[in-house]
Write a protein that binds this ligand. Structure first.
Ligand code: PLP
Ligand code: SF4
Length: 334
């Protein structure tokens, strides 16, 4: 195993392969025992534990309540069922006009580039989707391109997943080139957590490809807590910005992790240290196994009111949730 001291020397693929997937290894690395935390092997079997060393290194040792640890630690509470929580809360399996393509909102399509992720976040709606590593055949990609060519109302393609950056730079390059050949497409957006989890993912090849694209490009990161942003993450983000990418962040409001006005305030400031703007603050998707992370709407609205009272408007995220069947995200009044 790589030690936690020379992480910068390895490329992102190595970090992906070396991710910790065993509970005992994780506990040992963060200097805790099974008596300190409410872990569950059963939860870890139902949705694998997965945490790369680059992320693990940011977890405070010996702290069972560390906000980064709680995002990846399989806990007993995940095995409880609650009414209103389902396996597919977003009903994404409908509105699929071509393989991997979700067209729900006007002008924008979301494309599942890769089902794989660098990290398994316990609150994720994806925890019940078995689509890890499922890659489209050339023929299916042609179906996607045909659909996009035939609908001039589409101006933006969103690369999503899983994590779209779990795929190789060469494949991304070919996909972007195919999309650039469709004249009515104007924007490319990438929804990814990889540069946060493994900052080495922002390779020179990726940055150069985005810089050379005719698209206006947007990268929406997923960062929930200021401790996730170390200098390596910041430098990776600035590299994207140097490639003329607009970098935004979406966070999920999570009980005992970031449901605190001071933490959210710090998060906004820390994001802006590296020119990242807060975009959405999402209420949890009601996915089975994640109920213990949920914050009610009134508490969430109160948190955002406190942010609004203390931060410039551009550092206040939009409080929102995804409601299946709606033509956009649903903003929550605060
Ligand atoms: C969230 C989402 C988008 C993007 O919505 P914005 O409000 O533009 O960020 C697009 N398509 C789908 C299917 C989505 O879930
Ligand atoms: S899709 Fe995003 S939130 Fe879900 S497990 Fe992957 S990285 Fe985490």
């Amino acid at each position: 195993m790589i030690s936690l001291h020379n992480l910068a020397e390895f490329d992102w693929q190595t970090h992906l392969k070396q991710a910790v997937t065993r509970l005992d290894t994780l506990l040992e690395a963060v200097e805790l025992t099974a008596n300190d935390v409410d872990i569950s092997e059963e939860a870890a079997r139902s949705f694998t534990l997965k945490v790369p060393l680059t992320y693990l290194a940011r977890i405070k040792k010996g702290d069972p309540n560390d906000p980064l640890l709680l995002q990846v630690l399989p806990q007993k509470a995940e095995m409880e069922s609650f009414p209103g929580y389902s396996h597919d809360p977003l009903a994404e399996m409908v509105s699929n006009p071509a393989p991997g393509l979700i067209h729900k909102y006007q002008g924008r399509v979301l494309f599942i580039v890769s089902g794989a992720c660098a990290i398994n976040c316990r609150y994720c709606f994806r925890r019940h989707f078995p689509y890890e590593d499922q890659q489209l055949s050339g023929d299916q990609w042609q179906q996607v391109l045909t659909y996009l060519r035939n609908d001039p109302s589409i101006s933006e393609v969103i690369f999503s997943g899983g994590d779209p950056l779990a795929t190789s730079d060469n494949r991304l390059d070919r996909m972007i080139s195919d999309l650039e050949a469709i004249p009515h497409l104007e924007r490319l957006r990438i929804h990814t957590r990889l540069p946060v989890v493994i900052p080495q993912r922002v390779t020179d090849q990726l940055a150069q490809r985005l810089a050379q694209s005719r698209f206006k490009t947007v990268c929406v990161l997923h960062i929930n807590h200021p401790n996730e942003i170390d200098d390596a993450v910041g430098q990776a983000t600035l590299k994207l910005r140097d490639a003329r990418v607009t970098v935004l962040n979406q966070a999920v409001l999570l009980k005992n992790i970031n449901d605190n006005a001071a933490i959210l305030h710090q998060l906004s400031l820390r994001l802006f240290d590296y020119a990242i703007l807060p975009y959405y603050l999402f209420l949890l998707d009601k996915v089975e196994g994640a109920a213990h992370f949920d914050i009610d709407d009134e508490a969430a609205a109160s948190l955002v009111r406190q942010l609004q009272a203390t931060l410039p408007g551009y550092l206040v995220p939009r409080l929102a949730r995804e409601v299946p069947g709606k033509p956009s995200k649903t903003w929550i009044a605060f």
